[in-house]
Design a protein around this ligand. Structure first.
Ligand code: NDP
Length: 338
């Protein structure tokens, strides 16, 4: 059946509470919640399920979908599946969507299939555009810093992609505070400002707050660059999912997943149980509290969530109804986190 988007998707009343935040100093606004296609949209996944997740997301005001060359499995299949659905469902809404892709991790054989060379980044962007059936992506990222390629070359390739009309904006992911400063300065010189940084950040992963002399968050704030934390639910750990057991079919049970069984220790589960009780006292689920906790910082433009079913997406979206924390609450959360 032809998909017709919910006509109330931008209403800020009723079920739809989406908020749009300016990405750093740029002109681009992103939804406070964005959807990532790392897992659950690949060749091994169920079409009806991921189609429903994407449709529900857009119907609820999520205008930003995040991909990368290697998402699947197999690598490339998330972009192919997205491309197929884009053509069927979202083509009329192209100008309402911010679609991103990235290159940096292993994608093809030989010396040019990963990292940060100009050769790899430009070829990979071309491949991603083909797989998704797009003329351009809204944001193209260098997925990880490359210790062996001059930063000027990697940033120069991002700048070229914009000049070639293949990307509207550029971003970086997994770069340290220091490398972010250097990359930002190069991009500024080239005339293509760095729009956004995509770091791993959640209640359980705090590196973006901790570098010295300046933390990544401070650099992003000072430079006017947006921040879109990935794995904000620590891949599902910051939900009520693992409180009793490791449920079958969860990410922790997948061989291709990066969430390992042995990360789930009794100490961690105890911490999560206490956080869960605290969230319920605030009148929200743990997933909602974990997302709201990130969004309390105005330097965070959007949180980049994953979902394996529509019900998870709907649960996470509810975080927008209760984003305020008192000083006491924040202190108590820090105490629980230790
Ligand atoms: P999350 O931390 O949001 O984890 C998503 C997983 O958590 C879901 O697949 C599901 O697990 C579980 N989950 C989600 N919501 C709920 C809920 N309400 N209740 C219970 N369980 C829930 O994010 P991801 O790790 O998936 O990462 C999000 C996106 O970030 C990726 O898709 C990608 O776009 C980006 N990313 C970027 C990286 C980078 O290097 N730049 C690296 C990794 C991700 P289950 O499947 O078990 O049901």
């Amino acid at each position: 059946m032809t998909y017709l988007a919910n006509s109330a998707r931008y209403d800020s009343t009723g079920d739809n509470v989406m908020e749009y935040r300016r990405c750093g100093n740029s002109g681009l606004k992103l939804p406070a919640i964005s959807l990532g296609l790392w897992h659950n949209f690949g060749g091994i996944d169920v079409f009806e399920n991921y189609r429903d997740i994407l449709r529900t997301a857009f119907d609820r005001g999520i205008t930003h979908f995040d991909l990368a060359n290697n998402y699947g499995p197999p690598p490339g299949s998330a972009e192919e599946n997205f491309g197929m659905l884009f053509k069927k469902d979202f083509l009329p809404y192209r100008d309402e969507l911010v679609i991103s892709s990235k290159a940096g991790y292993q994608m093809w054989d030989g010396p040019y299939g990963e990292w940060g060379s100009r050769k790899y980044l430009i070829a990979s962007c071309d491949q991603s555009l083909k797989r998704m059936g797009l003329d351009y992506v809204d944001i193209f990222y260098s997925h990880r810093p490359d210790p062996d390629t001059p930063l000027e070359e990697t940033m120069g390739a991002l700048d070229s992609l914009v000049r070639q009309g293949k990307a509207l904006y550029v971003g970086i992911s997994n770069y340290s505070a220091e490398d972010t400063k250097k990359a930002t300065a190069i991009l500024k010189r080239l005339g293509t400002p760095c729009l956004i940084h995509q770091p791993k950040y959640s209640m359980l992963e705090r590196w973006v707050e901790n570098e010295s002399p300046e933390s990544l968050l401070e650099v992003l704030g000072n430079e006017g660059i947006g921040c879109i934390p990935f794995s904000p639910l620590a891949q599902g750990l910051l939900t009520d999912k693992y409180l009793k057991e490791i449920p079958s079919g969860s990410r922790a049970t997948f061989a291709h997943g990066a969430l390992l069984h042995d990360q789930i220790t009794p100490e961690l589960i105890q911490k999560i149980k206490t956080l869960n009780t605290f969230a319920l006292e605030r009148g929200q689920t743990l997933a909602q509290m974990a997302l709201a906790w990130l969004l309390k910082d105005q330097r965070v433009t959007s949180v980049l969530i994953g979902a394996s079913r529509v019900s998870q997406l709907l649960d996470s979206l509810e975080c927008l109804k209760n984003k305020d924390f008192s000083k006491e609450e924040l202190g108590q959360i820090e105490k629980i986190l230790g």
